[in-house]
Design a protein around this ligand. Structure first.
Ligand code: NAP
Length: 274
């Protein structure tokens, strides 16, 4: 496993993280079990992953509760906990209450990264109010780093302008071989400004894994409603058995990964935390 700084000079985290939306519950299928999700997270840490991503939105806090037991089992110092405040909680007081509730569910005194899940589209709470609340939590030691998610460049610029003692270390955005919108503006901006990108849906919710094709569709609600799994896309995929286990989808896109090498080296996460 490679460990990279989160943002400019930030804490080191594993280049591959584990997302725990699935641990939120049944929307991902009737076979989702808490014990399996916990074991998956514990195994990820054994394999060198230390970045664990969750959110209050995942199963209304259920994912955070499931992760709490796994964090206890692997030891708090072996995980970098990233969680998120939902876009409906961006009033100053709501941010503070949401953070306290997440800490309680996770069973920890502080989280390593607290992210604004998405800019508020409904009440249009001024970003200044949200960022000031985050800075207060940061000063109080409840959140070690401030992050955002699904922020465009205009949102990033505005949010950063309201922070005086800290900066945004990361932006979590959709990024995979088929969905590359961030390459136009967000990616170059973040690269230039030293803001880390946390890619969500890195394997397109599984369509890039080769497991799904015209004859095999995912049964869960989340993916049944997802554009990526539309019949035309499923027809275009090559079943794993015919693709020698590599390319899952027919695409002319070239993935701009770091020199495209497959990394197989495995080491334990650094002792004593990220
Ligand atoms: N910030 C945001 O707005 C946002 C949005 C979406 C996701 N995220 C984060 O990014 C993470 C990854 O993205 P993603 O989930 O959309 O897509 P992904 O990582 O591209 O694909 C999801 C993978 O999860 C697997 N999976 C499904 N049910 C599972 C279960 N019960 N236990 C373990 N794995 C299961 C699927 O495997 P199978 O195909 O074998 O079922 C699929 O390959 C999420 O977990 C979440 O933490 C953030």
């Amino acid at each position: 496993m490679e460990y990279v700084p989160l943002g400019r000079g930030g804490p080191k985290v594993s280049e591959v993280g584990i997302g725990t939306w699935q641990a939120g519950g049944k929307a991902w299928g009737s076979d989702v079990r808490d014990a399996d999700c916990r074991r998956a997270m514990e195994r990820a840490v054994e394999l060198g992953i230390n970045l664990v991503d969750t959110a209050e939105a995942y199963g209304d806090g259920h994912s955070e509760k499931v992760m709490s037991k796994a964090i206890q089992n692997v030891g708090r110092d072996h995980v970098f906990i990233a969680t998120k405040v939902g876009g409906w909680h961006l009033r100053g007081d709501d941010v503070k209450k949401a953070c306290a509730a997440s800490l309680k569910r996770l069973g920890v005194r502080e989280v390593d990264l607290y992210q604004v899940h998405w800019p508020d589209p409904w009440s249009q709470v001024p970003l200044r109010e949200t960022m000031k609340a985050l800075e207060t939590l940061h000063r109080a030691g409840k959140i070690r780093n401030i992050g955002v998610s699904n922020f465009a460049v205009r949102d990033l610029n505005e949010a950063r302008a309201h922070l005086s003692r800290a900066d945004i270390v990361s932006n979590q955005v959709r990024y995979n071989m088929l969905q590359r919108t961030i390459e136009a503006e967000v990616l170059p901006y973040c690269k230039r400004e030293g803001i880390a990108i946390l890619a969500w849906s890195p394997i397109g919710k599984g369509i890039l894994s080769g497991k799904y094709h015209d004859g095999k569709r995912p049964k869960d609600r989340i993916r049944a409603e997802e554009d990526l799994f539309k019949p035309a896309n499923l027809r275009a995929t090559v079943p794993k058995s015919r693709s020698r286990g590599f390319a899952a989808t027919r695409t002319s896109s070239r993935f701009p990964g770091r020199n495209g090498r497959l990394r197989r080296r495995r080491t334990r996460a650094p002792q004593g935390g990220p």
